[in-house]
Design a protein around this ligand. Structure first.
Ligand code: 5GP
Length: 204
């Protein structure tokens, strides 16, 4: 059986870029990234069946009824769900599986798979998170303040995950994430201290 990892982060923290970089590491060749179903609109740079399976609300609700999701959640007004069969098939084949979910989803997965390891990525501060969301220019002002509010809720849940990674600069964060995901090495020394202090400030 492969190992199951779930990674969550407030929107704009840089989770997707970090995950992409980890999966380029040759040591991660056994790790498969989950593809979720969603009812949200496809973005210009996305391909159906690669980043997500984009399906209608009706189809999603049918899948809920047929119990085809390992977990599902409503995030920012859209449904997102992890196909159950795919996760089971990968793990049985001996592949490690990495799921990128919101914190509600991560907790639901841990109920079904108590051995699943949860990872939470944090920004250096809410000011920096707001700056990143603005720079991304994907959302309007209202949406950005909604995402920031949500970020605070996510941090309250993510603080208890198995591993917290600080995304202050890409290289260090990637190293921290790879250590945990690929080598199961926990943070120690000054990086561990900095991550802890930042988490405390975010919870203030
Ligand atoms: P986005 O729309 O920006 O791609 O994703 C919004 C949020 O939904 C992110 O936190 C992402 O990790 C989360 N998400 C994506 N797929 C799933 C899923 O299958 N289940 C859950 N619970 N969350 C998901």
């Amino acid at each position: 059986m492969g190992k199951l990892f779930v990674i969550s982060a407030p929107s704009g923290t840089g989770k997707t870029s970090l995950v992409k970089a980890v999966l380029k590491n040759p040591s991660s060749s056994n790790t498969k990234l989950g593809i979720s179903c969603t009812t949200r609109k496809q973005r210009a740079e996305e391909e159906n069946g690669v980043s997500y399976f984009f399906i209608s609300k009706q189809k999603f609700e049918e899948k809920i009824r047929d119990d085809l999701f390992l977990e599902y959640a409503e995030v920012f007004g859209n449904y997102y769900g992890t196909p159950k069969d795919w996760v089971h098939a990968m793990l049985t084949k001996g592949n490690d599986v990495l799921l990128e979910l919101d914190t509600q989803g991560a907790l639901q997965v841990q109920k079904v798979f108590p051995d699943a390891k949860t990872i939470f990525i944090i920004p250096p501060s809410y000011q920096e998170l707001a700056k990143r969301l603005k720079e991304r220019a994907q959302d309007g002002e209202d949406e950005i303040s909604r995402r920031l509010k949500e970020a605070k809720k996510e941090v309250k849940i993510g603080k208890d995950f198995d591993h917290v990674v600080l995304n202050d600069n890409f290289e260090d964060s990637l190293k921290d994430l790879e250590n945990f995901l690929l080598n199961e090495i926990k943070l120690s020394g000054p990086r561990a201290e900095l991550t802890k202090t930042t988490l405390v400030q975010l919870l203030d």
